[in-house]
Ligand binder design. Structure first.
Ligand code: SAH
Length: 489
């Protein structure tokens, strides 16, 4: 199994930077043992103009079969010969992808400590895979790679060059060219799409493969036109995992499509009540954060969850107050979390500060053990991003399973929309809002939730409290019943 990655360069931007990016020195051939055999990395050419790294995987077919047997799968004695005599040793496949992911793991994550500016910069790339098993043929290869910015040459490999009448094999000689991709992006594309084309994963697909797929697919998979096929094949046709992956990716896609709107909304200002204020009016998002901080401080919380933390503005504000000793931001969108981590400068933060903050990718529509045992949780402008039928799942995950002592929920007050100058009548404030509630509706929901899960709830306005239509943002603060109340209940 064989794959090459090449780049071109100049004296100013030498092609040999590839060696830094891959964390593998061009002057030595290196070997790494993996669970399936030995992976070799070598550079057939390496100068300022051109540099090529080759990854060659020598598969140990015997170890592969033993491994499978160890896992209790595929070990039927009568199938023995096909397991040893097959195309595994020379065709690129999911094994090569696994080797790629382990040998070039830092490069795939876009990390280069020696030259931190390199990974973020696109460079001309050429990738060649001489024998790629491709179920779906050259056409599918194009449909998978072209939307990602690759120029694709996919030539079917004849079964036997001496006997053209035998027709083509199921292998493709693949060449990919791109000018605007980073190496990390390229490696992530290959990591997912090689096994997708192979469509015969050699290892058992466990539920954490969904997390892995979302991580590696960050920034390109959610909006890919072949997303369904990619997730289905990547997850070995396991229907429940595929569905879960697609639900999460769909949320990511919507969040990505609406990011710019989120920013606009964030900066929106509740105007009228401030008309005669001398000072610049405070954006609603700032008021919301202040109100939330006020509630959290008053509750005496030290360990806080920001559920649906988005781009991390509240996490940043919480970090400034030493009263909050542990802050966890959770979001379904990897892209939002990437922006949050950049905003917080997580990679440059001192150890002490860094130990106070964690960002987690996860969906609030599923219970999550990691979220148990916190003092307080915030859901700031999040519930309205879920389809109403999914809301009970979030309710259970937060109030039934995670059960923080205090929960602070904010959501737009739809009645206030008539006061927004720029909002056409009857429109939601944000393209991704699945619903917007009146004060009555929000209170009804909050009271039911409180009762069902043993919380007391109180309501607070955020922004100018209009005598007719109420405040622009409504807030509910839930407190877990005190032991005395619980006994009384
Ligand atoms: N809390 C932030 C962001 C609000 S935007 C603020 O107040 O500014 C809504 C956020 O909820 C988005 O970042 C979106 O990705 C996230 N989100 C939507 N559905 C989610 C789900 N099911 N699980 C986790 N996060 C979700």
């Amino acid at each position: 199994m064989f794959l090459t990655i090449s780049t071109t360069g100049s004296a100013q931007r030498p092609a040999t930077d590839l060696g830094h990016l891959l964390h593998k020195h061009p002057e030595k051939a290196q070997a790494f043992s993996t669970s399936y055999g030995t992976a070799h990395v070598l550079y057939p050419e390496a100068d300022a103009e051109r540099c090529t790294a080759a990854l060659l995987l020598e598969v140990d077919a015997v170890a592969l079969v033993r491994r499978r047997k160890g896992k209790g799968r595929g070990g039927a004695p009568d199938a023995a010969l096909a397991q040893y005599v097959n195309d595994r040793p020379y065709a690129a496949s999911s094994l090569l992808a696994v080797a790629l992911g382990s040998v070039f793991s830092s490069a795939m994550r876009g990390v280069c400590t020696a030259r931190p500016e390199l990974p973020g910069t696109p460079r001309p790339l050429r990738i060649e895979v001489p024998a790629l098993p491709a179920r779906g043929g050259a056409d599918l290869v194009r449909r998978l790679f072209e939307p990602l910015g690759w120029t694709v040459t996919a030539e079917p490999v004849p079964l036997d060059t001496e006997f053209p009448e035998w027709g083509d094999s199921r292998y493709i000689r693949l060449t990919l060219l791109a000018a605007d991709l980073t190496l990390a992006e390229a490696l992530r594309h290959l990591y997912v799409l090689l096994p997708v084309l192979d469509d015969a994963k050699h290892y058992w697909v466990s539920p954490d493969e969904v997390d892995k797929l979302l991580r590696v697919g960050d920034g390109w998979l959610a909006a890919h036109p072949e997303r369904e096929l990619i997730t289905r094949r990547y997850l070995s046709h396991r229907w429940s995992l595929t569905r879960q992956a697609n639900e999460r990716l769909e949320l990511v896609r919507l969040a990505e499509a609406d990011d710019s709107e989120v920013e606009d909304l964030d900066n929106a200002v509740a105007q009228e009540a401030e008309a005669d204020d001398e000072e610049k009016p405070t954006p609603l998002a700032v008021r919301r954060r202040e109100a939330i901080l006020g509630v959290l401080r008053a509750s005496g919380a030290a360990r806080v969850l920001d559920l649906g933390c988005g781009q991390g503005q509240l996490v940043q504000a919480l970090l400034k107050d030493p009263a909050f000793t542990e802050i966890v931001g959770v979001d379904v969108s990897m892209r939002a979390l990437t922006i949050a981590s950049r905003r917080l400068k997580l990679d440059r933060m001192g150890e002490r500060q860094a130990s106070r903050v964690t960002l987690l990718q996860g969906s609030l529509a599923y219970t999550d053990k990691r979220l148990k045992g916190y003092d307080a949780a915030v859901l700031s402008e999040v519930i309205e991003h879920l389809d109403l039928p999914r809301l009970p799942a979030l309710e259970y995950a937060v109030f039934g399973s995670a059960r923080p002592r205090t929960v602070c929920v904010t959501t737009p007050n739809v009645e206030y929309n008539v006061r927004w100058e720029s909002l056409p009548a009857g429109h939601a404030r944000h393209g991704d809002h699945r619903f917007e509630w009146t004060r009555e509706e929000f209170r009804g929901w909050a009271r039911t939730v409180a009762e069902r899960h043993g919380y007391a709830v109180e309501f607070l306005p955020v922004g100018p409290d209009d005598p007719e239509v109420g405040p622009p943002t409504q807030m509910a603060v839930f407190r877990l019943g005190t032991p005395k109340e619980a006994k009384a209940a």
